[in-house]
Design a protein around this ligand. Structure first.
Ligand SMILES: Nc1ncnc2c1ncn2[C@@H]1O[C@H](COP(=O)(O)OP(=O)(O)OP(=O)(O)O)[C@@H](O)[C@H]1O
Ligand SMILES: [Mg+2]
Length: 377
């Protein structure tokens, strides 16, 4: 792909690039508040992933930026231009849809040419742009085929091609990989990321897949029920989640959440066990709105050791089940009604009912307010 890039870069001069800014954006469908006062800046040339569960408002946000949906309140800026009242055609964005939306009766070439002709480009320019995109995506041999004669991955590349030929300021992508099988998805993930980096076009990429988000995004914006929760780079999202929702949404296996209370005295009380909190965490716990606290620790950070003495700070547990995964093993421990998971090396020797002890390194613990869900640490 690289050899062709010098050629394509010449045609994507820097004035084509643009940051995107959303200011207090609101979208309602009747009683449903699909997007709730969303403010977000996507820097020029960066790759932002919009992540969140089904129905949280990702597609609606993207469609408002594209101009396919009208915002009830707020502003959308592309570059320095307010685009709220611009026709989709005049916004200089190109959208890639989940279902590719190719015209089945047209050849690949015509699928790529059609939108350009609609924009009034002449045949020479159309030909130049298609040639360039086809080289970049390595779909030259497919140009005379129809979409029904393509594999899923090839269709996906044609759909991308249709966005690239537009030479837009912004790419908007709505789960473009979700129709591919797992192996191809992982492959296209890397390809797409590289393509975006090479072209340098500001990209907003929607997914509900946290692994996709973590591996692809320069920045991740996490939404829940129409509300933007946190915007940060993947590492920060993982290590410093702003609230319990974000903490639970990223990471595999999911972060352990242990409900309890902090009644002072530096001790977290989970009912089944108590856990002495170092002073920094105890101080954080005092900042909660109630006594209810959720102690969170990622399975990768839980230290598993041999059974030890009560009162030495470790939690005495029994193995509930083991989940060998080849390259690692997950151990599950039942503490009261809560299952605590720990990731250990695959050759760790443990059987169901074995007595072991758990330690939580203090710098890996997050405490969440039991009522508001906010990260107190
Ligand atoms: N045209 C519409 N009319 C009424 N309600 C809608 C319409 N489009 C979306 N909604 C509602 O708005 C909310 C947000 O929908 P949206 O499609 O943006 O979610 P999403 O995050 O893209 O979800 P998914 O991951 O399932 O694609 C949902 O509650 C949805 O039911
Ligand atoms: Mg959607």
């Amino acid at each position: 792909m690289n050899r062709n890039l010098h050629y394509s870069m010449e045609h994507l001069s820097s004035d084509r690039l643009a940051k995107v800014e959303l200011r207090d954006l609101v979208k309602r469908y009747g009683d449903v508040l699909a997007v709730d006062h969303m403010s977000l800046t996507i820097e020029d040339g960066s790759f932002l992933v919009l992540l969140g569960p089904s129905g949280c408002g990702k597609t609606t946000t993207l469609r408002m930026i594209a101009g396919l949906e009208k915002a009830n309140e707020g502003e959308i800026l592309i570059g320095d231009t307010r685009v709220n009242d611009l026709h989709p055609k005049d916004r200089n964005v190109a959208m890639v849809f989940q279902n590719y939306a190719l015209y089945p009766h047209m050849t690949v070439y015509k699928n790529l040419a059609f939108p350009l002709q609609n924009f009034g480009h002449g045949p020479v320019e159309v030909h130049r742009r298609i040639g360039q995109a086809a080289k970049l995506l390595q779909i030259q041999p497919l140009l005379q085929r129809k979409p029904t004669e393509l594999s899923g991955g090839q269709m996906q590349r044609v759909a991308l091609g249709r966005a690239i030929v537009r030479e837009p300021q912004v790419f908007l992508m709505d789960e473009p990989l979700s129709n591919l099988d797992a192996k191809l998805r992982v492959h296209m993930r890397a390809e797409l990321k590289k393509l975006q980096r090479d072209l340098g076009v500001t990209t907003i990429y929607v997914t509900h897949d946290q692994v996709e988000a973590m591996t692809m995004g320069d920045q991740i914006a996490i939404m829940n029920e129409g509300v933007l929760q946190q915007v940060a780079d993947p590492k920060t999202i993982y290590s410093h989640p702003i609230n319990q929702f974000v903490a639970a949404f990223v990471g595999t296996p999911p972060i352990n959440l242990i409900e309890g209370t902090y009644a002072g005295g530096g001790v977290f009380d989970a009912g089944e066990f108590t856990y002495p909190l170092p002073s920094k965490l105890a101080k954080a716990a005092q900042g909660g709105s109630t006594e209810a606290i959720v102690l969170a620790i990622r399975p990768q950070d839980v230290h598993v050791g041999p059974a030890s003495q009560e009162g030495d700070g470790a939690i005495q547990v029994q193995v509930y089940t083991t989940e060998p995964l080849g390259d690692l093993m997950i151990l599950d421990f039942a503490i009261g009604d809560t299952l605590v998971k720990a990731v250990v090396s695959p050759d760790f020797e443990a059987e169901v009912d074995d007595r072991l002890s758990l330690e939580f390194p203090p710098d890996k613990i997050c405490l969440f307010d039991g009522k508001t869900g906010l990260n107190l640490t």
